[in-house]
Design a protein around this ligand. Structure first.
Ligand code: F6R
Length: 242
């Protein structure tokens, strides 16, 4: 695991964009693993800027999102399908038809999850998986105690994650209780991992991920076992490192 500490959040986005672009260089059909949430927004803005400058072209890229809520209509503005379209696909000039999000609205969620795994395998695997970290150490929606060998499947969201994500929902709207998420085994199959984190609120969990024991109680700690995991954080998120 390589850890880069940047002075601020903007620099985190710039350094992460360098990493992402470097890993995609020379690929005819780059395959991007996409995270939602606040953490990668600077990275996406930076990638948008560089695509606009002609430094990189995402029009032929394939994309696979990490996760989706169960039971939320894919047209709902807060579904991860719509979030990914709005915050990544359109700004980066990706082709929406080439970007997949797990189907949380399927009649048979398990079969849909298996098809998702097949599609990732057929694409040749993910070249760069972009990740954020939840305040409880989740990546994707692999909450504490998730199996390190897990594949894409339905998971129950913890109350902490539902509370963390309530900020995106209107008052009175119920935050979904379940999700479909790529498993930890799925994420570990990506050829490169680029994790971004910033702010003091992430400092404890970032320290646990980087310096703590590898444990299912901190799912992100599995990144210690990935050969090409780049963790890019700002000084505030790094403040609890030894
Ligand atoms: C979202 C995802 C989650 C987030 C995590 C951090 O697709 O996979 O693991 O990365 O919940 O969220 P933020 O960045 O909003 O703090």
């Amino acid at each position: 695991m390589e850890v880069v500490i940047c002075p601020d959040e903007a620099q985190v986005g710039a350094v992460a964009a360098d990493r992402v672009i470097a890993q995609l260089e020379g690929k005819q059909t780059p395959v991007l693993g996409l995270a939602t949430g606040s953490s990668p927004l600077n990275l996406y803005s930076e990638l948008q800027r560089r695509a606009a400058a002609g430094d990189v072209d995402f029009s032929h890229a394939l994309g696979f999102a990490l996760d989706e809520y169960v039971g939320l209509d894919p047209e709902h503005p807060l579904s991860y399908r719509q979030t990914i379209l709005r915050t990544v696909v359109k700004p980066l000039g990706m082709n929406a038809a080439r970007v997949r999000v797990p189907n949380g609205f399927a009649a048979d969620l398990q079969s849909a999850a298996e098809e998702y795994e097949d599609a990732m395998r057929e694409a040749g695997g993910v070249d760069v998986q972009i990740l954020g970290i939840g305040s409880n150490g989740h990546i994707g929606f692999n909450e504490p105690t998730s199996s390190f060998a897990s594949r894409t499947r339905v998971k129950t969201l913890t109350q902490q994650t539902r509370d963390d994500n309530a900020r995106f929902f209107e008052e009175g709207e119920t935050v979904p209780t379940h999700c479909v998420t790529q498993g930890l085994g799925t994420i570990m199959d990506a050829h490169n991992l680029v994790m971004v984190a910033s702010g003091e609120a992430k400092a404890d969990i970032v320290a646990a991920m980087i310096e703590g024991p590898v444990s299912a109680m901190c799912p992100a700690s599995i990144l210690q076992f990935h050969r090409r995991a780049f963790v890019i954080i700002d000084e505030a998120a790094a403040s609890k490192l030894q």
